[in-house]
Design a protein around this ligand. Structure first.
Ligand code: NDP
Length: 311
């Protein structure tokens, strides 16, 4: 199928988390013909979350998937078209109109918005997937408040793990950092803050092998990397902070930084004219639903202006 046979949209949004869906709401309300390539698992990280207490407008909290369904419904109401497919590697550097073949169908866009997010790295151990959202978390900012006066574990030895532990210590009775090595990777200043905090202890050379609990996390199994001694630690929460992977692999030619996050130029544009970016795929710092939504709004306004200037 070639570009001339493809249905033409003003904007093709790739990704359907808060960034993509917020952009879709703004763009469709501006009467721009908008397609969202939502992915086979649409909705992003919030689909893996249970209660969200810090998204403004929901004083009683809202379940992550319910929030995403509401955002999608709002985008559909204004005319956004959804394709629940994954895109194959696509060269978007050839310029406008950008043609993408997805699910056997060719579509074309005058502009592209990349909003594919970043996935938290997982341990891949028994109990992790089953208890995600039920004591297993990848975001202390999101979930620490659920662990007031509880003992929690943090997995990892980088700056993220230190930051998560320090934040959690404001709520929890105790935080145990489990680190697989014997020399933390985190910056010296973060290590010092952790070591000074009476509520945080570090277990070195420790691998977590299983997370156990009926309804929620009750305990974890660990093994000492050198002695191979195994033990169990009763905890109510496990915060996994072993890094994130921005989802950029399918966009060869788009400039990324040394950590793989898309480099934005002048707010939400990229190195390719007509290709914009929003959300966690370019933001390693905040990684919140509300900030992703904010970036989605910014990108939509930039795209509107870009298209208006070219009419
Ligand atoms: P990092 O890659 O720096 O650290 C990941 C940590 O997780 C490492 O200690 C690593 O162990 C451990 N790890 C990785 N995979 C596994 C696994 N399968 N099982 C157990 N442990 C594992 O990621 P971060 O997210 O911490 O940081 C990313 C970047 O962001 C860094 O440059 C960091 O400096 C920066 N950052 C800065 C902050 C700040 O300054 N306030 C806050 C947060 C992040 P090992 O050490 O053995 O490889």
């Amino acid at each position: 199928m070639n570009a001339s046979m493809a249905e033409l949209f003003d904007v093709i949004i790739i990704g359907s988390g808060p960034a993509g869906l917020t952009a879709a709401i703004y763009l469709t309300r501006a009467c721009l013909k908008t397609l969202i390539i939502a992915g086979s698992k649409w909705g992003g990280q919030l689909q893996l979350t249970t209660e969200v207490e810090n998204f403004p407008g929901f004083p009683d909290g809202i379940q992550g998937p319910a929030l995403m369904h509401a955002m999608r419904k709002q985008a559909e109401k204004f005319g956004a078209v959804f394709l629940d497919d994954d895109i194959p590697p696509t060269d978007v550097t050839r310029g406008t109109p950008f043609t993408i073949t997805v699910g056997g169908k060719a579509v074309a866009g005058k502009t592209i918005l990349i909003a594919t997010g970043a996935d938290a790295k997982t341990l891949g151990i028994p109990g992790e997937k089953e208890l995600t959202g039920h004591g297993v978390s990848y975001c202390a900012t999101c979930d620490a408040a659920f662990f007031k006066n509880k003992h929690v574990a943090v997995v990892g030895g980088g700056d993220s793990a230190m930051e998560e532990a320090i934040f959690l210590a404001n709520f929890s009775s105790h935080v145990t950092i489990l680190y697989r090595g014997d020399t933390l990777r985190a910056s010296q200043i973060m290590q010092e803050r952790v070591k000074k905090n009476q509520k945080i202890s570090i277990q070195y050379n420790t691998d977590i092998t299983e997370i156990i609990g009926e309804q929620t996390v009750e305990k974890i199994k660990v093994i000492h990397a050198k002695t191979h001694e195994t033990s169990e630690i009763p905890v109510s929460g496990v915060f996994i902070a072993i890094g994130h992977t921005p989802n950029t692999k399918v966009f060869p030619g788009i400039d990324v930084n040394e950590r793989g996050y898309i480099l934005e130029k002048n707010s939400t544009s990229t190195n390719v004219e007509g290709v914009f970016v929003a959300g966690d795929v370019q933001d390693a710092r905040y990684r919140q639903a509300i900030t992703a939504a904010g970036f989605g709004c910014m990108a939509a306004l930039d795209i509107e202006r870009y298209l208006a200037e070219r009419q």
